[in-house]
Design a protein around this ligand. Structure first.
Ligand code: C5P
Length: 226
């Protein structure tokens, strides 16, 4: 079954711990991104690890290969389970799996940066990036769930590992995201890890919102296997 990662996009370590408490038994994975890591640094990873969470360190590392490799090694020593990088990293040591960031979910076909614009469907571009990422030794990619139909078509049944942010329950606004999917859609399209941010963390009752997402995830997985 696909896993759920909650984006701990908060400003302080205290707020991260408070959110973790509100989530109760909570998510399989805690995603630490630029905001929390810039504010609290490695302590945020240690604190969430100590609270029993596996950590997805979403720093979107992007620099020359030597520098990215050094940062990836440091993240592995710190205890990150998953690490997001843009390019220039091969394997991190130990159990840390690298995922390569593809087209951001906040971009749509019309506002892609130069160099990423393509007459091809985003899913086809992402499938090419997945092949490159795997050749470089990455475990998989980060992409929109809406890219996975194209990825699956290009892969012709070969399994892959994909982390999908931009998940919104039906009826919730997109916010600053463009290419969003629901939990069920992401699972149906073959997502391995669903990243849920504001859909859970801004809910009146985050624990209830997470439970609802888990339920939707389990039902969609069962329907997929049937
Ligand atoms: O609140 P929301 O669900 O939009 O949060 C999405 C999370 O996933 C954010 O932490 C964002 O940094 C991250 N992310 C993304 N798109 C990507 C990669 C990561 O939205 N392509």
């Amino acid at each position: 079954m696909a896993e759920i990662a909650i984006a701990f996009d908060v400003a302080t370590l205290e707020q991260a711990i408070e959110l973790d408490q509100r989530l109760g038994e909570g998510p399989e994975l805690a995603k630490i991104g630029l905001e929390l890591f810039t504010a609290a640094g490695p302590d945020a990873v240690r604190a969430l690890n100590e609270r029993g969470r596996r950590v997805f360190l979403d720093l979107k590392l992007h620099d020359i290969p030597h520098t990215v490799h050094g940062a990836a090694a440091a993240a592995a020593r710190l205890g990150a389970d998953l690490l997001a990088a843009v390019e220039g990293v091969r394997h991190a040591e130990g159990r840390t799996r690298i995922v390569a960031v593809t087209l951001l979910t906040s971009l749509d076909a019309y506002n892609l940066p130069p160099g990423f614009q393509s007459p091809l469907h985003p899913g086809v571009v992402v499938a090419q990036q997945l092949a490159m990422a795997e050749r470089a030794g990455a475990a998989g990619i980060v992409c929109s769930g809406s890219d996975l139909a194209g990825v699956r078509m290009m892969r012709r049944g070969k399994p892959f590992f994909a982390v999908t942010p931009g998940i919104r329950p039906a009826g919730m606004g997109r916010g600053d995201q463009e290419r969003v999917t629901t939990v069920a859609e992401a699972v149906e399209q073959g997502s391995s890890v669903l990243v849920l941010g504001r859909a859970v963390t801004s809910a009146l009752d985050p624990r209830e919102a997470l439970e609802a997402a888990r339920h939707e995830c389990a039902e969609a997985t069962a329907a997929r296997q049937a």
